[in-house]
Design a protein around this ligand. Structure first.
Ligand code: 0O2
Length: 266
């Protein structure tokens, strides 16, 4: 005879409760597996980029499984029955992944790389970068479905991926904190300041992208440019130096002949 607690005879309502709990735990486990699948995809892309290009458009990836309390609160807000079926069908961000990148173009690049993978189905795209929300919120949201292979069946799990720049993320994190601090009733003056801050963050993103493009164009046009200060401090072997320093250029200056930055002692 088993002495496991679940072998006990429960009263019918408790038995029902235990069944619902078990079903809910199964649902949450599938969402967790969905996150695991997507995290693997993103980490593979990130590592491959770092290996291949020495630069990854993916700066940082984080994930979160919505807490049962937040799921319930959202279900109530949406007027849903708190059942496993209703949650699975109508709450789309139980499994959430956030990807931050340096530049706006990187956000769309990451989006393309993820959504063109053969086992990923795109269910919905909300482009709050192209069309920011009224409060200034910017982010690229894509709701995807990814297969999770269990021992006896395959489940297609919904995962919401939010892709945004570091500046957008900085703004959104603070706005989120303020929103919760004021329980959603944020004073108008603060809302105005947040909108201004969002506009500043957006301008920063545009400027940084332009500077990045300018530097890339410079790199492409002057392949052999090398900062003489860097050469002096590197002490590279002559053969290696020659590959960067064209033979017809002025002789490679000796380290003590190099101009030094004018840094005055504080
Ligand atoms: P939390 O705490 O991050 O989980 P839907 O039911 O999916 O049709 P929903 O949920 O409004 O509608 O979808 P949407 O627009 O994709 O937004 C989902 C998530 O995006 C939110 O989840 C936030 O994480 C983020 N988000 C959307 N708008 C804002 C905003 O104005 N400010 C900030 N800081 N984040 C935002 P939750 O469940 O609201 O919150």
């Amino acid at each position: 005879m088993s002495d496991r607690p679940d072998a006990l005879q429960l009263p019918p309502d408790l038995e029902e409760l235990s069944r619902i709990r078990h079903e809910f735990e199964g649902l949450m486990l599938r969402y967790k597996f969905g996150i695991d699948e997507m995290m693997t995809k993103l980490n593979i892309l990130k590592e491959e980029f770092s290996y291949r290009d020495d630069y990854s458009p993916i700066e940082h990836v984080s994930s979160r499984l919505k807490s049962p309390e937040s799921i319930l609160a959202k279900a109530v807000r949406k007027g849903l029955e708190p059942t496993v079926e209703q949650i699975a069908e109508h709450i789309h961000d139980v499994a959430g992944i956030r990807v931050t990148c340096s530049f706006i173009s990187d956000a769309y690049r990451i989006f393309d790389m993820l959504t063109t993978q053969a086992d990923v189905t795109v269910l919905r795209v909300r482009d709050y970068i192209a069309q920011p929300k009224k409060n200034g919120y910017q982010s690229l949201h894509v709701l995807i479905e990814v297969p999770v292979f269990l021992s006896q069946q395959v489940h297609r799990v919904k995962v919401e991926v939010q892709i945004r720049t570091i500046a957008m993320d900085f703004w959104a994190s603070l706005e989120h904190k303020i929103y919760y601090k004021y329980d959603g009733d944020v004073p108008d003056s603060l809302l105005g300041e947040l909108r201004d801050a969002a506009a500043t963050a957006s301008r920063l993103d545009v400027t940084m992208e332009r500077l990045h493009d300018d530097v890339k164009a410079l790199d492409a046009g002057t392949e052999r440019y090398i900062d003489p200060l860097a050469v002096g401090s590197l002490e590279l072997p002559d053969t290696l130096l020659r590959t960067f320093w064209p033979a017809d250029a002025a002789p490679v200056p000796a380290p003590d002949e190099l101009p030094r930055p004018n840094i005055s002692e504080a």
